[in-house]
Design a protein around this ligand. Sequence first.
Ligand code: AMP
Length: 281
Amino acid sequence: MKPKIVRTIEGLRRETAKWRKDGHSIAIVPTMGALHEGHLTLVAEGLEHADRVLVTIFVNAKQFGANEDLSRYPRDETGDVAKLAAAGAHLIFAPKAEEMYGNNFATAVVLKGPAKANLEDKFRPHFFDGVATVVAKLFIQSGADFAIFGQKDYQQLQVVTRMARDLDIPIEVIGMPTVRAPDGLALSSRNQYLTKTERHQATAIHKSLNQAAEKIRNGTDPQKAMRAASRSLTTLGFKVDYVTARNAETLDVPLPRSKEPLRLLAAAWIGKTRLIDNIEV
Ligand code: AMP
């Protein structure tokens, strides 16, 4: 069945209030649209946890820097609605910017911890302020019980989890494994920017992370393995922002020879497109 689309906070509250009255639990899946199989696994996971799944589609200008891809970010609401209907989502919240940030909006969420890890935050200084502000709003507006996010944006998942915990927002944040193309490339709305050659080259990010993970499992020092991964990507023509091993929860740089769980994270440019990926060791 085609999910209903609401565009106002009032409309959203009306729908969720009806659900609450009927005793239904709610999962929220925040997205920026241009949906692919990765987003749809989040919807499927939402359906596992809750009676009703709300998907939000909002290209949040606050999380884009001045020179970033806001104006060319892919938008396809018609296609998104068809995919969400097939996936079994119950409601779509697709507000305009004025609805979210009208009325002299003057508040932001201030972040530390995983939001200051010298990863995405270093290269996209406004990104997490924008993400946390919109996600806090969506959590509060929806009153959802569960929020489903992708591990594809691993630092974002840690930031959002910490924010919900720190602000006592009564929502359980669930992280889902990254969905990949058959050749290993993490699915991303931004993959649409890649030329055919770049799309082929882009698989090197996941491959180099896997090779580094293998070396680390065999005893190589994590940062040494990551430096080699970075060099190989540079040789292949990438402009590397970071390729690094971090504590999987705090995102701190791991202590030498420690046995803490690691996450390997990378961000690199191929041509005009910036891609990110990460894997666990
Ligand atoms: P976006 O629309 O790209 O901002 O992403 C919305 C949500 O989908 C975020 O929680 C992402 O982490 C998640 N997501 C994006 N790509 C993937 C993927 N390939 N696999 C799993 N989740 C994803």
